[in-house]
Design a protein around this ligand. Structure first.
Ligand code: NAD
Ligand code: DAU
Length: 352
């Protein structure tokens, strides 16, 4: 990416799980960059996550749906946006099975709108970098061995992964056809603070601490490759500021684990920390997710070789930190479930 002293970066989806962690990391670390958080605050967006930076000089929030081209254009013009880190998306696979329409709208059409704005800037010879934040799920399912690399074929199996794959292809096409400066990252399963409690880890933590059943899909032998969200954020920072144009980078920490084993580890850790249990008795095998991918595993060799990225947290460290965070933030968790977190926007931004 060409070096300019001050960048004006639109971070879409900045109120979500990864977006919040990313902004909390970037805003204090890059006082020379302006970060414009563009988020329409779906159920997954929570501005209370960003309290620590909401008054920073280099941070602004804009409540905009990326499906609204005109609103995006006005915002880009107003803030002189010269780059996008694109995270906004419908992100939950189960929801994409019961209601795929929003996934097509936000993940495909929303990405298209952002790319069109980037193309206009590029064609006016303005510098513009577009970072597409994507997932390993675009590669489909692995057998018992092997890894996803940057050369793996796209074989998405859920409406969610198909919509992300379509968006990745558009990004690729805008680089090849128009010469837009793009980078794409495909990351494995993230875990850590601020994850909406529909996802496996926060859901299981909440259920296990409140004596509810722990619903494990199918036989629980599906494998996911877990990465602590802070490690993902550091990789995103590196790729955005230093990645080579047109490149894609796979991000993962070599932490493959079967779902059932992860849930058991979680139960044992909670028994350790809180006493009582054994919480493993709460595990219940339930009907499998349709089209459930069996195994994901990332080969992160390329990003390590090219940009020197390696994760800093072991799985044991990250899991302990995560569990402790949810135990210390029971109010945050309960607010998500009751819908109380929505009041934060009204209270702090409602009158603007
Ligand atoms: P999330 O669901 O927690 O957050 C998504 C955010 O996007 C929310 O704040 C939501 O309000 C916003 N959003 C959704 N639709 C929007 C729209 N039309 N306009 C404006 N804002 C909108 O998701 P997450 O887990 O933080 O994931 C962020 C990105 O990273 C997604 O693109 C996802 O595909 C990708 N990703 C996630 C993981 C993971 O494990 N969570 C792994 C790899 C890649
Ligand atoms: O791999 C990256 C992807 O990871 C991201 O692109 C997605 O946005 C993110 O949601 C995540 O997708 P998964 O489907 O892997 O995450 P989820 O937390 O929904 O499920 C993790 C695994 O646990 C999966 O194999 C399904 C299983 N599961 C999930 C839930 C919610 C259960 O067994 N029981 C559950 O209740």
């Amino acid at each position: 990416m060409p070096k300019t002293t001050k960048r004006h970066i639109a971070v879409t989806g900045g109120a979500g799980f990864i977006g919040s962690n990313l902004l909390l990391h970037l805003v204090p670390n890059h006082p020379d960059s302006l970060y414009v958080n563009i988020d329409c605050l779906t159920y997954a967006g929570n501005l209370a996550n960003l309290q620590a930076i909401e008054n920073a000089d280099n941070y602004v929030f804009e409540k905009i749906d990326i499906c609204d081209y005109n609103a995006l254009k006005e915002c880009f013009d107003h803030h002189g946006i010269d780059s996008v880190i694109h995270l906004a998306a419908e992100s939950h696979v189960d929801r994409s099975i019961t209601g795929p329409a929003e996934f097509v709208a936000s993940n495909i059409n929303g990405t298209f709108n952002l790319l069109e704005l980037a193309r206009v800037a590029h064609e006016q010879s303005r510098e513009f970098r577009f970072h597409q934040v994507s997932t390993d799920e675009v590669f489909g399912s692995l057998g018992a061995t092997g890894y996803f690399t940057e050369e793996s074929r796209y074989r998405p199996n859920s409406p969610y992964s198909a919509s992300k794959a379509a968006a990745d292809h558009l990004v690729r096409a805008y680089h090849k056809t128009y010469g837009l400066d793009t980078v794409t990252t495909n990351c494995s399963n993230n875990y850590g603070p601020y994850q909406f409690p529909e996802k496996l880890l926060p859901l299981m933590i909440r259920n296990a601490t409140t004596g509810k059943q722990l619903p494990v899909y199918g036989d629980g032998r599906q494998v996911r490759d877990w990465l602590y969200v802070e490690d993902h954020c550091e990789a995103l920072e590196l790729v955005f500021y230093e990645g080579e144009t047109g490149e894609t980078y796979n991000i993962g920490g070599h932490n493959e684990i079967e779902n059932i084993e992860l849930v058991r580890m979680l139960c044992r850790t909670l028994d350790d920390l809180l006493g009582g249990g054994p919480r493993e008795n709460l595990i219940e095998f339930v009907k499998d997710r349709p089209g459930h991918d069996r195994r994901y595993a990332i080969d992160p060799g390329y990003i390590k070789k090219k940009l020197g990225w390696v994760p800093r947290y072991t799985f044991e460290q990250g899991l302990r930190l995560t569990i402790q965070w949810y135990l210390d933030h029971e109010e945050w968790l309960e607010g998500c479930l009751s819908g109380e977190y929505r009041r934060y926007y009204e209270m702090n931004y409602g009158k603007r």
